[in-house]
Ligand binder design. Structure first.
Ligand code: SAH
Length: 221
């Protein structure tokens, strides 16, 4: 939960514009009231550069530097919905911390969030944001998401916010029985958002939407 003292420090303007964003997501088909409440509660303007803060509540992806982007709120909401639809997972692994926004949304809804980022600059910045917002249920790791986070596996939920050509086998192995993995899969600009569910008799695969994410890259920097 976002610390209340912190929330009071945020101006009325952003409170109203955030409300408008929630309305818009509802119009676009986001139905889960828990997800909409999380979008209302997380101050997205604190996850982008000050110069872009006035656009933080537009429903669009924004640059966060080093060629990366903070995901579009609709896509964040849709992925979160797909992850928690049939129950709140005990813990979620996110690959691609970036600004930390998706992790902050998840932190409103699930007991524990583990997030891995390959670029050290982003993991440091995100760690600081989570601390400042009083989000103590997020752990950040600077590392290669292709390896997952074995020490905390298995996860009831896994979400990728960078697109691999195919979902890495290692990540599917770190998915708990009954668990769900949501990921953009495919090359270049456009990918399919897919959801895998680990069933007793194997993996179920569903197509959710067409999306556009930055590619998942190996190694750290
Ligand atoms: N969830 C983020 C979206 C950031 S964009 C947000 O809400 O802002 C995707 C991020 O994935 C980038 O920061 C990129 O550096 C990271 N990424 C790409 N490949 C990765 C990998 N193999 N492991 C971890 N992070 C990766």
């Amino acid at each position: 939960m976002i610390d209340d003292r912190r929330r009071k420090g945020i101006g009325m303007t952003s409170q109203r514009t955030r409300e408008r964003l929630v309305e818009r997501l509802r119009d676009e088909g986001i139905k889960d009231s828990r997800v909409l409440a999380a979008v209302r509660d997380v101050p997205r303007h604190l996850f982008v550069d000050e110069a872009l803060a006035s656009r933080a509540y537009d429903d669009s992806a924004l640059p966060i530097g080093l060629g990366q982007t903070i995901s579009q709120p609709y896509v964040v909401a849709r992925m979160t919905e797909a992850l928690i639809e049939d129950g709140i997972p005990e813990s979620v692994l996110e690959i691609g911390t970036g600004s930390g926004y998706q992790a902050a949304i998840l932190a409103q809804l699930v007991p524990m969030v583990y997030t891995v980022e390959r670029i050290g600059h982003f993991s440091r910045l995100a760690r600081r944001r989570f601390r400042e917002l009083g989000l103590y249920n997020v752990r950040v790791r600077h590392g290669d998401g292709f390896e997952g986070w074995a020490a905390h596996a298995p996860f009831a939920g896994i979400v990728l916010t960078a697109a691999p050509d195919d979902v890495p086998e290692v990540l599917l192995q770190q998915l708990a029985p009954g668990g769900r993995l949501v990921a953009p899969v495919g090359r270049r600009e456009y990918q399919e958002l897919v959801r895998y569910t680990r069933r007793d008799d194997g993996l179920e695969r569903e197509m959710i939407a067409r999306v556009s994410f930055v590619p998942m890259l190996g190694g750290t920097q």
